[in-house]
Design a protein around this ligand. Structure first.
Ligand code: ACM
Length: 643
């Protein structure tokens, strides 16, 4: 009997502990600085009255709040600017609270009211995003969601960002995305407290911003031949192929997007990528290259124009560089940056600087003369000369220059900020030189890379799984954090042709980046993060936003075990079961469950896996041909006999 009482006791302890844990899990993403779950719930009344300050910059946030609280609930929402008895209050502090800064907030939810306080409108915006995440996922619905308990768990939250620069870079040059698609992207990122859109507007594959004083940039530079397949391997377009792919943003479009971003407390950093990656500009104005007339320039349609070598060096097969020795280039850039500076209120302009091939410069007599005149001893110093001149143009427009970490080579321009992408090295070096740095290393923050096994993911030349992205730490070891403005992820779109795939590549890895740049470092916890990601998936399903489920896919490690392949499986996510087959049929949870490394049967041709969470399939069916396994292990086997 005593034994049974003891057992019952432990059962109750476990039951309550688990119950409490579930109850306490607030599922906020990014994780707030401090949150305490208190007792009870605030139940939303059928007549919702909100008190909010009469501040213009907050109006879109209030409209958003009103829309969300009314459409799925069917409730009536009124917003009042006067001090009132409203049970939901958004308040601006009369005296600023230094702890929470410009973007932080305090959110207090009790059974009788919801009080959100901030120093500035941005803080109220972020508090509203957290409030949305505390409500049931159905709050995201665009139609009436019936039979819902519309309640918010009681909490006391104090929250503010770790970094002021929380960015996503969006490349609209390789593939064009419409103004509405860019707005949708802003809408999605702002929900997770990103505040910076780095807009990559120009590249070899298209010039996407109207410059009124240089109309050919968009009449000629925005169009290319439409191609489908693996970008980078296409046949060069034929002279008579139609230029049937393209697009650009008019200045009116840009103003509209900038305004939309502002309403979501997002700044836009425009990038004009020079002196490399400039083929679209050269198509419009061939005299800007050092080789005018020597080539029939075309906007790149995905054919090979660069020779990348395994030792990290590269050269251009087509001259896609602006000439550093041509004064017309600086006059051109002055015109471009005059108009760019007038369109974008953000204090920085990104001038690219990455991957500039020097082989055409090396052969150019004018460049040789420039080197002599300016005492430049290497091609890197020539690029540094170019960047310094660009820096002067940028500051003459009242803006600050930021560029990819190549701008460090050959000497960094005064006051230039550096975006570190080739790992952390550039960021470390720039910070040591006391320059501002934004970290976006390929190792953690390149969201164009594949997020699962290459056998199933759309092909890209490198991989970056969600769990690795989650390890992103913007402050490199040994660096004074005061020089690190923050971090961002980059979404290059060579292989991203449409919005659904853009979303697939962006989410959930951008959740990991969001948490790395907003939440305190010590608050990060992978297992807990995964649970919260899963809650966001429910919201994305309702909002019909695509995302990748690659985190559920097995990680295949194939090794050579004395001439025989050995397959080991692991998972990014805990608590999953992997079932498999070697007999070509489709496994489900009644098939063998993976527990130990496997040697394929001698005559097997396919290895298939499926992942379950409990009784539910959660991952994708993956088929790994045995020849692929052998290839990965380096084992050479004779081909299977023909039938
Ligand atoms: C870059 O990825 N070329 C900055």
């Amino acid at each position: 009997m005593k034994k049974y009482i003891l057992m019952l006791g432990s059962f109750l302890i476990v039951f309550f502990a688990v119950g409490q844990q579930v109850d306490n899990q607030l599922n906020l993403l990014p994780e707030p600085v401090k949150s305490i779950r208190t007792k009870g719930y605030f139940k939303i009344n059928k007549n919702i009255s909100i008190e909010a300050p009469n501040v213009i910059s907050l109006q879109p946030t209030l409209q958003f709040l009103k829309q969300r609280l009314s459409i799925p609930t069917g409730y009536k929402v009124s917003i009042n600017n006067q001090a009132s008895l409203a049970s939901i209050k958004l308040l601006l502090n009369k005296q600023a609270d230094p702890l929470i800064g410009k973007e932080g907030y305090h959110l207090s939810v009790t059974p009788s009211n919801v009080i959100l306080r901030a120093n500035e409108a941005a803080g109220l915006f972020y508090g509203v995003q957290s409030l949305m995440q505390l409500l049931p996922a159905a709050i995201e619905d665009n139609k009436l969601a019936s039979n819902m308990a519309w309640e918010i768990p009681c909490v006391e939250i104090t929250d503010y960002p770790r970094f002021g620069w929380r960015g996503l870079m969006f490349d609209v040059s390789r593939h064009f995305f419409t103004k509405q698609e860019v707005k949708d992207f802003i809408d999605q990122m702002a929900r997770y407290k990103f505040n910076l859109l780095h807009w990559h507007l120009t590249d070899d594959e298209g010039w996407r911003i109207e410059i009124k004083s240089l109309p050919a940039l968009t009449t000629k530079g925005s169009k290319r031949v439409d191609k489908t397949g693996y970008f980078g391997t296409f046949w060069p377009p034929l002279p008579d192929e139609p230029l049937n792919y393209g697009g650009f943003y008019t200045q009116e479009d840009i103003k509209e997007v900038v305004q939309y971003a502002k309403e979501h407390f997002v700044d836009i950093l425009p990038e004009i990528d020079v002196p490399g990656h400039s083929l679209a500009a050269i198509v419009a104005y061939p005299e800007l290259s050092g080789t005018p007339g020597s080539e029939n320039y075309r906007v790149r349609s995905g054919e090979k124009i660069m020779d990348w070598r395994t030792n990290g060096t590269f050269s251009a097969l087509v001259n896609n560089t602006l000439s550093p020795s041509n004064e017309k280039v600086y006059t051109f850039l002055d015109k471009v940056f005059t108009e760019v500076a007038a369109l974008f209120p953000f204090e920085y302009i990104h001038v690219g600087g990455d991957e500039c091939a020097k082989n055409f410069w090396e052969k150019n007599d004018d460049v040789k003369l420039l080197m002599k005149k300016e005492g430049l001893n290497s091609m890197n110093e020539v690029q540094a000369y170019f960047e310094k001149r660009v820096g002067k143009i940028i500051s003459s427009k009242g803006k600050k220059l930021i560029g990819w970490d190549e701008i460090l080579e050959g000497g960094l321009a005064d006051n230039a900020a550096v975006m570190s992408w080739r790992g952390e090295k550039g960021g470390i070096e720039a910070a040591k030189l006391k320059h501002e740095v934004v970290m976006s290393p390929t190792t953690f923050a390149y969201l164009d890379f594949m997020q699962g096994d290459e056998i199933i993911e759309p092909k890209v030349y490198a991989s970056l799984r969600l769990n690795k992205t989650y390890e992103f730490e913007p402050v490199p070891a040994g660096v004074d954090p005061k020089y690190i403005k923050g971090g961002q992820a980059n979404i290059w779109t060579e292989q991203i042709t449409n919005t659904r795939h853009l979303q697939y590549m962006t989410w959930p890895r951008s959740f990991a980046i969001a948490e790395s740049v907003w939440s305190p470092k010590e608050k990060k916890n992978w297992n807990n993060f995964v649970q919260r990601v899963e809650q966001q998936f429910k919201r994305f399903d309702i909002r019909e936003i695509n995302y990748a489920r690659s985190m559920y896919d097995p990680i295949f490690t194939c090794t050579n075990n004395n001439g025989e392949p050995l397959i080991s499986l692991s998972s990014e996510v805990e608590g999953l079961d992997i079932y498999y087959s070697f007999d070509n049929s489709f496994p489900d949870r009644f098939y063998p469950k993976y527990s130990n490394p496997l040697t394929p049967p001698k005559d097997a041709v396919l290895f298939r896996t499926i992942v379950y969470k409990g009784n539910q399939p959660i991952g994708r069916m993956i088929t790994l041909p045995i020849v692929e396994i052998n290839k990965r292990t380096g084992i050479k086997k004779p081909a299977q006999p023909e039938e």
